[in-house]
Design a protein around this ligand. Structure first.
Ligand code: TGC
Ligand code: FAD
Length: 395
């Protein structure tokens, strides 16, 4: 008698069985981070968001899992694959974008520039304790009058003997107030752009927190103020002196967002699906109405498409073929997709969609920051436009 192959049951949270495209190690890392988020983040995060706080202690927990700078190698760092790093960002952001931001900034924006552009002494001094969560870093590129166009930065570095004197201000800096050090990008009179390791106790440096945010509330966002801060030459990153330095770091963090946004969207989809099956309106669950099913089907489509794009970009990064323009397309598409999913999920929850009793409104609000930071949707559109046409439409 002929046997029929039984296809595995369809998993609404993995409709296209993308899980089967991951290897055992990738799945193990993903599951470990997912468990951490369930145990450590989800029970508390609505409260952190409501109070507008980010618990610094979480760095110790993230370090125990080896997640800080996980995709870098040497100096005691794990050297995990790009896909493993991406999956980590996805799971962390399914908890909250603030937690993913903390990991992105530490690994991709504070450790990466040292790893890529630092001296041997800098790498040995900073990378191991940053991986261990003993030293927290931040990344200062944006200024009050220079966001999308960092080439117009005003923060200034002047050579003074064997030191540099830094003056200026950075704005919207994740982790700034709780950081032990900041990678600060500054321009010299010769028009060079250098990265400096500014230590929090250096006289003239301060990092006041920015309050009244209604997005990414479970994340510290700060100004960096530099008034005649004397930084020794040994704290300057020696291997880069143009905007390529900070923009290279952004490629790393943007890559994490391509995955992270799918995590935010997935968390909203999961909440909406569960709610739709239980909420009875006009005598039956709202999941049984065609309009709700259309919303859920569109959400599933967007999330599966986003995950496939992310995974493909991850495989390209691991193969060494990923270009910044690819990352821009991924960030553009996946953040927009996640926003559509999150807002649609919010409608399914009705009034419950606006309370912190459910995760959805938190993700909706967080995604407004994700849309803007690491290059706005418009900036990435113009990067892709330039790659397609060869025409620079920024200026
Ligand atoms: P352009 O003249 O094109 O380039 C200047 C130099 O940089 C090089 N380059 C890149 N290198 C690596 N990766 C990239 N993606 C690069 N893009 C450009 C380029 O080859 C050149 O190198 P060199 O050595 O020949 O001088 O630069 P531009 O001034 O025209 O600017 C281009 C533009 C607009 C794309 C760029 O400025 C940009 O990306 N703007 C957006 C700024 C941004 O994304 N800021 C993010 C701040 S950090 C943040 O938001 C953290 S949030 C963290 C969290 O909480 O998760
Ligand atoms: P602007 O550059 O003033 O842009 C305003 C609007 O104009 C946007 O819609 C933009 O897309 C549009 N626009 C700009 N140029 C063009 C153009 N050529 N054509 C058409 N439209 C255009 N920065 C850091 O350096 N480090 C951090 O850790 C960090 N963390 C952040 C955390 C949060 C919560 C937020 C919200 C921001 C953070 N940022 C950080 C800053 C972030 O990178 C910037 O906000 C972002 O790059 C945009 O800059 P801007 O806000 O000055 O907007």
């Amino acid at each position: 008698m002929a046997t029929t192959t039984q296809a595995p049951a369809l998993d609404p949270l993995d409709y296209l069985a993308i899980d089967s495209l991951l290897d055992d190690e990738e799945r193990a890392i993903r599951d470990t981070v997912r468990q951490f988020v369930r145990e450590y983040v989800l029970p508390e995060v609505a409260d952190w968001f409501e109070r507008g706080v980010f618990p610094r202690e979480i760095f110790a927990e993230l370090a125990k899992l080896g997640l800080l700078g996980m995709h870098l190698d040497g100096y005691g760092l794990p050297g995990a694959s790009a896909v493993a790093y991406g999956l980590t960002c996805m799971e962390l952001e399914a908890g909250d974008a603030g937690v993913r931001s903390a990991v992105s900034v530490q690994g991709s924006l504070a450790m990466f520039p040292i790893w890529k552009f630092g001296s041997e002494e800098q790498k040995e001094r900073w990378l191991p304790p940053m991986h261990a969560g003993e030293i927290i870093g931040c990344f200062g590129l944006t200024e009050p009058d220079a966001g999308s166009d960092p080439a117009s930065m005003r923060t200034h570095a002047r050579r003074d003997g064997s030191d540099w004197i830094l003056n200026g201000a950075k704005m919207w800096i994740t982790n700034g107030t709780i950081a032990d050090m900041a990678i600060v990008w500054a321009r010299t009179d010769e028009g060079r752009i250098h990265g400096f390791i500014v230590e929090k106790d250096m006289p003239g440096f301060s990092a006041p927190e920015i309050h009244k945010k209604l997005s990414l509330r479970a994340s510290v966002t700060s100004e960096l103020v530099l008034q005649d801060v004397r930084v020794p030459e040994e704290n300057r990153l020696p291997e880069v002196s143009t905007l390529r330095g900070p923009l290279s770091c952004l490629n790393e963090a943007r890559f994490g967002i391509v995955f992270g946004a799918v995590g935010s969207g997935r968390a909203c989809f999961e909440a909406a699906l569960e709610y739709a099956k239980e909420r009875i309106v006009f005598g039956k669950p709202i999941a049984a109405y065609q309009l709700t099913q259309q919303k859920l089907a569109e959400m599933a489509l967007e999330l599966n498409r986003g995950f496939l794009v992310a995974l493909h970009l991850g495989r390209m990064k691991d193969a060494g073929t990923l270009r910044p323009e690819h990352v821009s397309l991924g960030k553009m598409g996946n953040v927009r997709g996640a926003i559509e999913v999150a807002r649609t999920a919010r409608t399914i929850l009705g009034a419950n969609g606006v309370t912190l009793e459910y995760p959805v409104i938190r993700h909706v609000n967080n995604l407004e920051s994700v849309l803007t930071y690491e290059g706005t949707h418009e900036v990435h559109t113009l990067v892709v436009g330039q790659a397609l046409t060869g025409q620079n439409a920024f200026r």
